[in-house]
Design a protein around this ligand. Structure first.
Ligand SMILES: [Zn+2]
Length: 427
């Protein structure tokens, strides 16, 4: 447990904030001017590594990052004492913040920091450009973790997505931009009623002016090939005719346009999802049978080829194949299914090992050998092989199971406790 203390002035009033941080356990406690802050509450945007609070009407955040902690006052990183330099990591954060503030000034889009965003992930701009909703988000490339600006915009429903994507990708403006960025093509997601284009930037090399020019050019390309969202459009449920005004809302960080009559339904989305999720789902038994079949068939196949060790080493692949088979036959994935998949994986490896051992044993038998049920389990080398295979599989399946259960928990949490952020931007 480490403690970090910040001393700073707000409107000439001195304040002290201190935070206790457990390197692996997140923020344990925050004191503001000597008084402890209440623990992170349900429904707020706080997390293990983030606490939001306010002092004299200013919004403050304590953020944990790689073992250390930052204090942000209205988004600005504060040194531990006045006049002290900021750590290098926070200087980098400030460079990004300055870049995004400049983007806001140049585009006229409003700063709208993501409520649960940590450091650079707070950067978000929203507003309208040419009567179309626009959201700019901070993003990172998956491979090289290079920062990008995710440019979202909405348009009237497009039936032929491939054709729209083709038109955008082959637009001379996009081609020229990709060439300048030394990329084969720009990364983008094109959906029926919206698109996101990812524009890489580097705060040391790209000027905000250049970025804004590129963003405008890209938005114009989308405008050229699409029509604006009709006034009847609403993102929620099966809403056929929007009641105005519509608001830009972030649902699990996705920008949605929701009309005023659907807004109460959106607020209840977590409860609705919870109720739908707790209901028993049809096809669960069928799904379990399919999983069992995949496990057993793989076992027989690898057993016949006498390569059960390969199946043991590929336990994680077998596990996901079983999950995939189950998913095809049911409407949702449950924790029980994941445990079953783990059991079927071990079963598959066991089947393969026993078959391989039996086939090997059969070859050594002569006419005079006395064949007994279970003979294969009395052979030391067979037992050794089975134990080795099952041991390997147990370790790998254990890891895969842990990973899958963790993913499942996160998925269910996102479904039943969605983060809903209102932007206040009406359309
Ligand atoms: Zn609606």
């Amino acid at each position: 447990m480490t403690q970090t203390t910040w001393q700073f002035n707000l409107d000439n009033q001195p304040h002290t904030v201190s935070a206790e941080i457990a390197p692996l356990g997140g923020i344990r406690g925050v004191q503001v001017d000597g008084a402890a802050l209440p623990a992170a509450g349900e429904g707020s945007f706080d997390g293990a590594a983030l606490r939001n609070f306010s002092v004299d009407g200013r919004s403050l955040q304590v953020v944990q990052y790689s073992g250390s902690a930052a204090l942000l006052v209205d988004g600005q990183a504060v040194p531990t004492a006045p006049g002290q330099p900021l750590p290098a990591r926070l200087q980098k954060y400030e460079a990004h913040r300055a870049f995004w503030q400049k983007l806001s000034q140049l585009t006229g889009l409003k700063e709208n920091p993501r409520a649960d965003g940590q450091l650079e992930w707070r950067n978000r701009l929203i507003g309208t450009a040419d009567n179309r909703l626009v959201v700019l988000n901070y993003s990172l490339s998956n491979q090289l973790l290079r920062p990008r600006i995710a440019i979202f915009t909405r348009f009237a429903e497009e039936k032929d997505l491939n054709s729209l994507r083709g038109k955008i990708e082959s637009d001379p403006v996009v081609l020229a931009l990709a060439k300048r960025l030394k990329r084969f093509t720009l990364e983008m997601t094109v959906q029926p009623v919206g698109a996101a284009i990812l524009l890489p930037y580097d705060v040391r090399k790209t000027t905000p002016e250049q970025a804004v020019e590129d963003i405008r050019a890209l938005l114009n390309v989308i405008k050229k090939h699409t029509k604006p969202l009709p006034l009847t459009f609403c993102d929620w449920g099966h809403c056929k005719s929007a009641a105005h005004p519509r608001e830009l809302v972030f649902y699990n960080h996705s920008p949605l346009v929701v009309c005023s009559s659907c807004m109460p339904l959106l607020e209840k989305a977590g409860e609705t999802n919870q109720a739908r999720f707790s209901r028993r789902t049809p096809g669960l038994l069928k799904a379990a049978s399919a999983g069992l079949a995949v496990g057993a068939l793989a076992g027989v196949f690898f057993g016949i080829w006498k390569v059960s060790i390969i199946l043991a080493i590929a336990s994680f692949a077998l596990f996901f194949a079983i999950i995939a088979a189950m998913n095809r036959l049911t409407v949702k994935r449950t924790t029980g299914m994941i445990w079953l998949a783990g059991a079927f994986t071990l079963l598959g490896v066991a089947v393969a090992s026993v078959m391989e051992a039996t086939l090997k044993l059969l070859r050594t038998l002569t006419d005079t050998s006395q064949v007994q049920y279970g003979l294969v389990f009395s052979q030391p080398e067979s037992v050794r092989m089975m134990v080795t295979n099952l041991g390997i599989s147990l370790v790998l399946t254990g890891f895969t199971l842990w990973f899958a259960l963790h993913q499942q928990r996160q998925g269910v949490r996102e479904l039943t406790h969605p983060t809903i952020e209102h932007s206040g931007v009406l359309d």
